[in-house]
Design a protein around this ligand. Structure first.
Ligand SMILES: *Cc1c(COP(=O)(O)O)cnc(C)c1O
Length: 482
């Protein structure tokens, strides 16, 4: 990016002492050098960049695009023409977007800078996921859609990739109560075979009456690891639902308690054994070393076709992007070809900017803060539970905690969320399984409850303030509806 010799020659023609010019170059070089390293190595810098560096870098890339070439004669129907310079700012100059009509990741002749940005984002995605545990990955790509739409795209790409799966019609979906994956399945046209989950304590009671074997002992260990108040989909039930029509399984790692992560290591073995696809919804699981280890082990010991994670929930970007990763490079290519048309560059740009700004160190620090906040959340919620004669339920979720609401009446539970909202607490989930079927990811969960999260990016003050206001809201609803 910087021809030092040439710049020196130019600067030295000015009436400034040579040693001063040399000194000036030192500063300029430390500004530019990190950009050269990123463009050569295509990895996320250890140390985050300043905003000035990021702006300079983006401007450099954007000027490779034809719409920013003042001499270009633009006679196409889509020529990155915009009505106001504000739109230049809002897109950082990447007005052409990314991709070509038949492939989300193909280089776009009019957008050389945007294409480099697109490719760099994929390298960054692979880099950060490998760094955080997914060593077996062979490919990753950023996608300009949320998690749900991206799951749909991944499934479509995999359907095209394997001729033996192309005509299959059913997708096995271990139940998790979020509408987005359900709609994703609907959009693929596959039949959704949802498998009910079972309360951990009931499963344990059941397993303890059975004759011990390795399968049962492993499952008891799995339940003890993830919490006895969590809900589970036993691997045996998944196995029983595989038929000649099965395309594959859509499993989940990170989700709201009481839903435990799926036993993806065993599902991967099943998928391999039955020659069916396995897609993992790792929504906000990058921030959990436990989930990342499970995924790596699943890739090593069985079949995983694609792993989907949200950019905003893991990497501190605005909503709108996701990353698809795979131990199979060809899968990534097939998925990028399943995308219809061009796309806005924003979600890709946001991911690159966030990674440049954080650097690997900044991301690591954010993960550490998340872990500390998760511990703090449990501690504070435990204290509150004692005061209210409630209990923190036995769910070992790496992001969230869950407290019972057994001393509240139905109308009080109903009102609690609204009271919290008015006290400026956002994001808690209040569920009464007796009145609401969708939420606990199981039928007849035995406790009404509240779930609170300590996700990446949350602050100590958020946790402390939210718990203090939860106490307030709890007492308010008790008073108001007594
Ligand atoms: C957030 C989330 C989704 C939905 O994400 P969108 O980006 O809104 O589509 C799906 N699954 C899981 C596990 C999630 O956490």
């Amino acid at each position: 990016m910087l021809d030092r010799k040439k710049i020196l020659e130019m600067l030295e023609t000015f009436p400034i002492a040579s040693n001063m010019v040399q000194r000036g170059m030192v500063g300029l070089q430390s500004f530019i050098k990190p950009m050269e390293i990123v463009l050569t190595q295509r990895t996320i810098p250890e140390k985050g960049w300043s905003d000035t560096q990021i702006r300079f870098f983006l401007e450099f890339l954007a000027n490779l695009d034809s719409n920013n070439d003042p001499q270009a004669m633009r006679i196409g129907e889509r020529e990155a023409r915009v009505s106001t310079p504000i739109l230049y700012d809002l897109t950082a100059g990447f007005i052409h977007g990314i991709g070509r009509s038949g492939n989300l990741k193909a280089a776009q002749p009019k957008a050389v800078g945007g294409s480099i940005l697109n490719s760099l984002s994929d390298s960054f995605a692979l880099n950060i996921l490998k760094k955080h545990g997914l060593k077996s990955l062979q490919g990753a790509m950023t996608v300009p859609m949320g998690t749900g739409m991206t799951l749909m795209l991944a499934i479509k790409g995999i359907l095209h990739q394997f001729s033996e799966l192309t005509n299959k019609t059913q997708l096995i979906f271990p139940r998790m109560d979020h509408n987005s994956p359900r709609k994703a399945i609907e959009l693929t046209g596959l039949e959704n075979v949802t498998i009910e989950s079972i309360y951990g304590k009931s499963l344990l009671d059941n397993y303890r009456t059975l004759k011990k074997n390795k399968y049962i002992e492993d499952y008891i260990k799995f339940i003890e690891t993830h919490g006895t108040d969590a809900v589970y989909i036993p691997i045996q039930v998944i196995r029983d639902r595989i038929t000649k029509k099965t395309f594959g399984v859509l499993s989940t790692t990170s989700f709201f308690p009481p839903r435990a992560p799926d036993n993806i290591i065993e599902i991967a073995k099943l998928a391999k054994e039955h020659n069916i696809a396995h897609i993992i919804n790792n929504g906000y699981g990058v921030q959990s070393t436990t989930f990342m280890k499970m995924i790596e082990q699943a890739m090593r010991g069985g079949r995983v076709d694609a792993i989907v994670q949200s950019t905003d929930k893991n990497f501190l970007t605005p909503v709108g992007g996701a990353i698809i990763a795979s131990p199979n490079k060809e899968t990534i290519r097939k998925i990028s070809e399943a995308y219809a048309g061009r796309a806005n560059a924003a979600p890709i740009l946001h991911f690159v900017v966030s990674m440049l700004s954080l650097g690997l160190n900044g991301f690591q620090q954010a993960l550490q803060a998340q872990e500390e906040n998760r511990s703090l959340l449990e501690l504070e919620l435990n204290n509150l539970a004692i005061q209210l004669n409630e209990m923190v339920l036995d769910v070992h979720n790496p992001i969230a905690c869950m407290m019972s609401l057994k001393n509240l009446t139905y109308p009080q539970i109903e009102a609690l969320g609204g009271f919290l909202y008015n006290l400026r607490v956002t994001g808690p989930r209040v569920v009464n399984p007796k009145t609401k079927d969708f939420g606990p990811s199981t039928q007849s969960y035995p406790h009404p409850y509240i779930v609170m999260n300590a996700a990446i990016g949350s602050r100590r003050e958020d946790i402390i303030g939210a718990i203090s206001n939860l106490k307030k809201a709890y007492l308010q609803v008790q008073q108001k509806f007594s």
